[in-house]
Design a protein around this ligand. Structure first.
Ligand SMILES: C[S@@+](CC[C@H](N)C(=O)[O-])C[C@H]1O[C@@H](n2cnc3c(N)ncnc32)[C@H](O)[C@@H]1O
Length: 287
């Protein structure tokens, strides 16, 4: 697959098409311009769309996720996501793929590497955005040549309507009404969510009663926005931890970290030798 630069970014202020000026900034026909930061991303999140000074994941959360993902325990999740993305590629059209809430870019970078090795004809453009600027700065370090990284929000994505062929939302905060506007008629949304037994070893420690993960509210939101649920797949495996610190890194990137006492975290890090990984992949199409 040939990796191309996306031409479907839109101005967050007036929705006009954005185009690059000397690779230094993106500018719309009404003169709104947005610099390409030295790290390689473009900030398309206007102040009026921010609900706090630094929205999204903090630097600490981003670092914790990056450190854990780099250990490779979630590589199979990345590989399965890339597999589903590749299945939906169309050799006869421009494939425009968005990772909405891309975090520090681990998954989209993995997908890029798979697409670069895909010998089929066809073109792919890759956009990853996140509301957290520090996450996007880290994403740029993974690859800034072939992926367009943006600071942006799911609530008002700076992307031209009907221009995307796939939207991926991984462990994130999808806004399906917006996704429906961005997606082409034959496009798909891939929702990747924690399954029933995901990180069971931690959940068992915190909750006496573990509620099943039905993803009901997200499925309902998708259907309300005009999507039809297609296939639901699952990936489950047990990962053996190579070092007690690895468990601590994992814990640190989850919300459970803030629900546990420090001594419990340390004890569990020492006793827990493996973790259950259980992830659901739900595909939605436009009705
Ligand atoms: C649990 S993390 C998952 C990150 C990444 N998808 C991954 O799996 O590694 C959720 C991400 O959603 C981002 N986020 C939260 N609200 C958002 C919004 N309204 N628009 C875009 N990203 C958002 C956070 O900053 C964070 O990076």
């Amino acid at each position: 697959m040939k990796i191309i630069s996306p031409d479907n970014l839109s101005c967050p202020l007036d929705s006009a098409l954005l185009s690059y000026e000397n690779d230094k900034c993106l500018i719309c026909e009404n003169g709104h311009s947005f610099d390409v930061a030295r790290q390689g991303y473009v900030n398309l999140l206007p102040v009026q769309d921010k609900r706090s000074k630094s929205p999204g994941d903090t630097k600490d959360m981003v670092k914790a996720r990056q450190e854990f993902l780099n250990l490779g325990y979630y590589k199979d999740i990345a590989a399965y996501t890339a597999h589903i993305v590749r299945e939906a590629l169309n050799e006869d059209q421009k494939n425009m793929i968005l990772d909405a809430g891309c975090g520090e870019g681990y998954y989209l970078d993995y997908i890029l590497q798979e697409l670069q090795q895909d010998a089929r004809n066809g073109q792919c453009g890759l956009i990853g955005y996140d509301i957290s600027k520090c996450a996007v700065i880290e994403a740029c370090k993974r690859n800034k040549a072939d992926i367009t990284w943006l600071v942006a929000t799911n609530r008002r994505p700076p992307i031209v309507a009907n221009s995307l062929t796939q939207i991926i939302s991984m462990f994130g905060f999808p806004v399906f009404d917006m996704f429906a506007q961005l997606l082409k008629a034959d496009g798909q949304v891939l929702l990747v969510e924690a399954g029933n037994n995901h990180l069971l070893e931690i959940k068992q420690h915190i909750y006496s009663d573990i509620k099943p993960q039905t993803h009901a509210s997200k499925i309902e939101a998708a259907e309300k926005a005009g999507f039809v649920m297609g296939e639901k797949r699952n990936l489950s495996y047990t990962a053996t931890l190579k070092h007690p610190d690895d468990f601590y890194h994992l814990l640190k990137m989850t919300p459970y970290f803030y629900k546990m006492y420090e001594e419990d975290k340390e004890a569990l890090s020492k006793s827990c030798k493996s973790i259950t990984i259980d992830v659901d992949f739900i595909i939605f199409h436009k009705a």
